[in-house]
Design a protein around this ligand. Structure first.
Ligand code: AAO
Length: 498
């Protein structure tokens, strides 16, 4: 296929966690589109409560007070402008929507505690800008004395009580569904291509179905007539609770939390795990059907001990195994992949818990978020990690596009932690996570020729800045990977051919 087709086949989503709309607008044109990224997940665009105790935590954005579109990421105009610029270069925008609940009841009242200055009164459950009043919440249906979810083993508590104390909206009411649908449709009309729906486990599937059915088709300025929003639903199902991911998978994609937890465990070689086991990776491991799963290694919660996934989850703090796991994820055909793009914060772990897990994005003393500066070497400054700009991660996004639709092929492993596999005859990857060198000749399925390894370098202007691999007439190539290599992976594909 042509370069153009490859950029368009892109499905990889990058979560630009807490980025400002203006920075995302620039990133789409200068970086994401030319490197084959398919879409950006943005932080919640709705107006939220301003939390000052602790100081401006990232999680305040998960406490809406209205559906007005202004937040620390920017104004409504900046949001609109960003969506337009990203669509213009073919990068889709998926909005994170918080529709299960509003803020917590102890968040006060007035206009000064909200990001657009809208009035609310949390203890009275009044949010006149929507509007919602006390009657629009689930409290009368919740069976617990505290009003909060006390156990995840009772589906009525999970759906009708307050998640970590947050005021729980009654999506069974037409008025509530209507306000949510209006909010989501305003975003669709502005040009978003879909949604990450927060806390779906805590809403009844039939109510969500009703809401989704009323969404507009995507904006025809940018998308083919009749295109529907892509929806991926946050449901944490690690297998030990009565609420199941499959209750939601008929409605849209579902976040597959087992993916990062299990792959993290294998890459760490915990419980006798080894890469060779990944030969059967996918549904055989108890994961959702591939076409229903949104997959990722870490997310904004479990990279800081919130949510679920546990200690096996790998993050930017362990770059070597992180890059290895990302390479596997983007090379493997299972699921729709999402990359995390984080900011750094100082961890202070006391008794197993990070006391700084609340820390918000790089910001000025007044609480406003800092821009993302790009350094001469292409990395980000000011505490923005920008995993998506790490060269091998960026290049694997292109690998993912080149091999799109091709079946897993030519699997090889040494029975331990050295593996290799291809995707049809379009790409081939070799990974060495053993404590000894890899030195092997393998059938790649690729056409004869010299290929540039996109992990150690890349093609530019017809030259390869990394390792070169020779595929012989019989499709075989010789690979060596030292176990002390900081990037113990080789990946080649038809568009990295010299
Ligand atoms: C903040 C404060 C709270 C305060 C609250 C109200 O931190 O102390 O009470 O405000 O003032 C984020 C933050 C929260 C924050 C909230 C609002 O993470 O700390 O609360 O904003 O500002 C559950 C939900 C899941 C949710 C996750 C965090 O099911 O939907 O908790 N994720 C989303 C967002 C997240 C956001 C919200 C929802 C709310 O991504 O950023 O919260 O909008 C079990 C359950 C899971 C459950 C976890 C954690 O997991 O299965 O469903 O996630 O517990 O409670 C084993 C099990 C596994 C289990 C896990 C952990 O691994 O196999 O199933 O253990 O126990």
């Amino acid at each position: 296929h042509s370069k153009r087709q490859i950029l368009q086949s892109s499905s990889t989503i990058v979560h630009l966690f807490e980025w400002r709309w203006n920075d995302i607008a620039e990133e789409c044109g200068r970086y994401l589109a030319p490197n084959g990224f398919g879409a950006v997940q943005i932080s919640p665009p709705s107006e939220n409560v301003i939390v000052t105790q602790p100081w401006r935590p990232w999680w305040e954005r998960y406490q809406p007070v209205s559906y007005n579109l202004c937040s620390r990421s920017g104004t409504e105009q900046e949001l609109r402008d960003m969506i337009c610029k990203c669509n213009a270069v073919g990068v889709k925008i998926y909005a994170d929507v918080v529709i299960n609940h509003m803020c917590a009841p102890d968040m006060g009242e007035g206009r000064r505690r909200s990001t657009c200055g809208s009035f609310f009164n949390a203890s009275k459950r009044e949010f006149p800008s929507v509007p919602y009043t006390a009657s629009h919440f689930n409290d009368d249906k919740c069976p617990t004395l505290s009003g909060n979810i006390e156990t995840y083993q009772d589906i009525y508590q999970v759906r009708n009580c307050r998640l970590v104390g947050l005021l729980d909206l009654a999506q069974d009411q037409e008025h509530v569904r209507g306000r949510i649908v209006d909010y989501m449709n305003r975003l669709v009309d502005m040009g978003v291509a879909g949604f990450r729906v927060d806390a779906c486990k805590h809403m009844w599937p039939e109510d969500l179905k009703n809401i989704y059915s009323k969404l507009h088709d995507l904006n025809a300025t940018w998308f083919p007539h009749g295109s529907r929003p892509l929806i991926y639903q946050e449901v944490i199902d690690l297998g030990d609770e009565p609420v199941k991911a499959i209750e939601y998978s008929g409605l849209g994609l579902v976040t597959e939390f087992k993916y990062g937890a299990m792959l993290g465990s294998v890459i760490r070689k915990w419980n006798q795990g080894k890469l060779a086991d990944l030969k059967t990776w996918g549904e055989h491991w108890g994961l959702l059907p591939s076409d229903e799963a949104l997959v990722f290694l870490d997310n904004h919660d479990n990279q800081r001990g919130h949510g679920a996934g546990g200690a096996s989850v790998v993050t930017f703090r362990e770059p070597r195994i992180y890059k290895m796991a990302v390479a596997f994820m983007l090379a493997h055909p299972y699921g729709v992949p999402r990359l995390m793009s984080s900011y750094r914060w100082d961890q202070r772990v006391v008794g197993g818990k990070d006391q700084n897990d609340w820390m918000g994005p790089p910001s000025y003393p007044d609480g406003s978020t800092k821009p993302v500066p790009i350094q001469p070497d292409g990395s980000c400054g000011e505490g923005w990690v920008c995993e998506h700009r790490w060269p091998s991660i960026r290049n694997m996004v292109m690998f993912h596009n080149v091999v799109d639709g091709e079946p897993l092929a030519n699997w090889w492993d040494n029975g331990e932690n050295q593996i290799a596999f291809g995707r049809g005859n379009q790409g081939f990857i070799v990974i060495n996570n053993d404590d000894c060198p890899l030195d092997v000749t393998l059938y790649t399925g690729l056409a004869e020729g010299t290929y540039c390894d996109v992990i150690s370098g890349q093609m530019s202007g017809g030259c390869c800045s990394g390792k070169q691999l020779t595929v012989r007439k019989d499709g075989r190539a010789h690979f060596t990977i030292s176990h002390s290599d900081p990037d113990p992976v080789i990946a080649i594909h038809t568009h990295s051919k010299l």
